[in-house]
Structures are given as C-alpha cells and as structure tokens.
Design a protein around this ligand. Structure first.
Ligand code: OFO
Length: 171
C-alpha cells in the first residue's frame, strides 16, 4: 500500500496528464484550422503521449492496490493570438508538469518510498526530453517561422512525427 499523501498526488497527476492531452489536442486543432497540419500532427502525437502518461500513473496505482478517483478534466481556455503563442504555452505547461512530478518525487523520498521514486525516474527523464523538445520547437519557429517558404518546410518536417508507445512497461 502506498502512503496516503503520495497516493493523492499520484491521483492528481492522472488528471494533470489527461489535461496535458486536452491542451495539446486544443493546440493541434488550432494549427489544423490555421492550415498548418504539420504542427497539428506534432501536437496530436504529443496528446497521445500524454494520454499514455495518464494511463501509466493509473496502472501504477492499480498495481499497488490504491483506490483511484477520476476527477473532472478541465477544458483548455487559451486564446491563440499568434502561431507562436501555443509553442510558448506548451513549454510553460511542460515546466509545470516537471515541477509537479518533482513534488511527488520529493514526497516519496521523504518517506523512503523507493518503489514510487523508481517508477517516477522514467518521468523525470521524459520531462527533460519534453522540455527540450518544446524549447527546440520555439527555436526553430523563431528561426524559420516568419518566412513563408521556411515555415512551409518546418511544417512539412513536423508532419513526419509518428506516435510510438512509451518505453516504460508496467506489469
Ligand atoms: Fe506527460 O509529459 Fe509532458 O506533460
């Protein structure tokens, strides 16, 4: 059995990961509407990854016999006033998720719950990658996004991203 506080934070994280999926779907929809289907594809794949993350938290709790409460998922309420704004929002959101995972890690560490810290190790690494991906996308947009021809090429590059199942398998 997991400690009550750690379980509560893990439960909240399920909701946060599903919200991440919602946010990225919202961003994806925005780009599709703008005719930037490569950007739309990139964020749709991102949304699929976030859904996987939520399912991993859920499965970890289930594997440890913890009762799960599925709370309401909020809809994103952001007005995308420029093509760049969603990229900044995505990075901000990843930083928020990193902090949230670090908080669970810290709590688990305090009570020597190494089973949970070991589970979270994968997410700590994943968040490092996700923040870097977000930053790279912003850099690319700043370099190429303002020129129509290079924006077209960047959009084509992002259209090639394909979904891959997470490397973390829980049994
Ligand atoms: Fe769930 O990894 Fe991003 O937020």
């Amino acid at each position: 059995m997991l400690n009550e506080k750690v379980s509560g934070l893990l439960n909240e994280q399920i909701n946060k990961e599903f919200y991440s999926a919602y946010l990225y779907l919202d961003i994806s929809n925005y780009y599709y509407n703008e005719g930037l289907d490569g950007f739309g594809n990139w964020f749709r794949v991102q949304a699929q990854e976030e859904r996987d993350h939520a399912m991993l938290f859920l499965q970890y709790m289930q594997n440890n016999g913890v009762k799960i409460t599925l709370n309401q998922i909020q809809g994103p309420d952001i007005e995308y006033t420029s093509h760049k704004l969603p990229l900044d929002e995505a990075l901000k959101h990843e930083q928020y998720i990193t902090a949230s995972i670090n908080d669970i890690y810290e709590e688990a560490l305090k009570i020597r719950d190494y089973r949970t810290t070991q589970f979270l190790d994968w997410f700590v690494k994943e968040q490092g990658e996700e923040e870097k991906n977000s930053e790279d996308l912003i850099k690319k947009y700043e370099l190429f996004g303002t020129d129509a021809k290079s924006l077209y090429m960047l959009n084509s590059e992002l259209a090639t991203r394909v979904y891959a199942a997470p490397s973390l398998i829980l049994d």
